[in-house]
Write a protein that binds this ligand. Sequence first.
Ligand SMILES: Cc1cc2nc3c(=O)[nH]c(=O)nc-3n(C[C@H](O)[C@H](O)[C@H](O)COP(=O)(O)O)c2cc1C
Length: 231
Amino acid sequence: MEFSEVILKRRSVRRFTQKKIPKEVLMKAFEEAILAPNSSNTQTWRFYWVNSHEKKENLVAFCLNQSAARTCSDLIVCVASPKSWKISQPELIKYTEEIVAPSAVVNYYKKLVPMMYQWGPLNSWGLLKKILFTCLGIFKPVPRSPGFRSEVQEVAIKSSALACENFVLSLTNQGFASCMMEGFDEARVKKLLKLNCSDRVVMVIAAGEEAQDGTWGPRFRIKLSQVVHEV
Ligand SMILES: Cc1cc2nc3c(=O)[nH]c(=O)nc-3n(C[C@H](O)[C@H](O)[C@H](O)COP(=O)(O)O)c2cc1C
């Protein structure tokens, strides 16, 4: 499928057939999802493909019994895991040393990444960063975030959402449909998946084969001129 065709074809589908998505299709979608651009390449996204019947039933309920969740064949939870930079960082350091990257790049992963992505007990380090950069910011442009835990979460959420988009586009390209959902009980989803308290559930993706009348209607968007501003 042409790239533009994939973009046009992807819709939020709320009604699916019973057909299961072949595992290789889902795996390809995951592989393409993790090729998304992401903050400092720390890859702080995690995907939970919920296959257990019992967990899936619970997850449907936690998605407030939405029709997309109820009828889809597969449910995937995308999680932003801000502390997981600790897993990718040693590998990134090894990789940058192997490719003999400039020392600034190696140092970025060794020193700056831990500084940026930690917030300390009770946000203490985050507060220190805030004070420091707010003072420095009086004199020159500075990165004002991430400081606090919520800001590190925000960074991880942005990257994870990009991976979700890759994921659903890949499904479309492979002939399957999806619906991204933010209508869920995050506390219950976190408990179900035994997530860390700093993890954030970015979205639950309902996936499957589109049923007849799977969408609510033709696509609607406000005018391009209302959202694009040349300044
Ligand atoms: C972050 C996000 C959260 C969404 N949450 C829901 C949801 O909980 N339930 C739902 O039916 N659709 C949900 N949607 C789908 C949107 O309603 C849909 O993308 C929008 O209406 C545009 O339609 P389209 O995707 O078919 O172009 C969500 C989409 C995004 C990106």
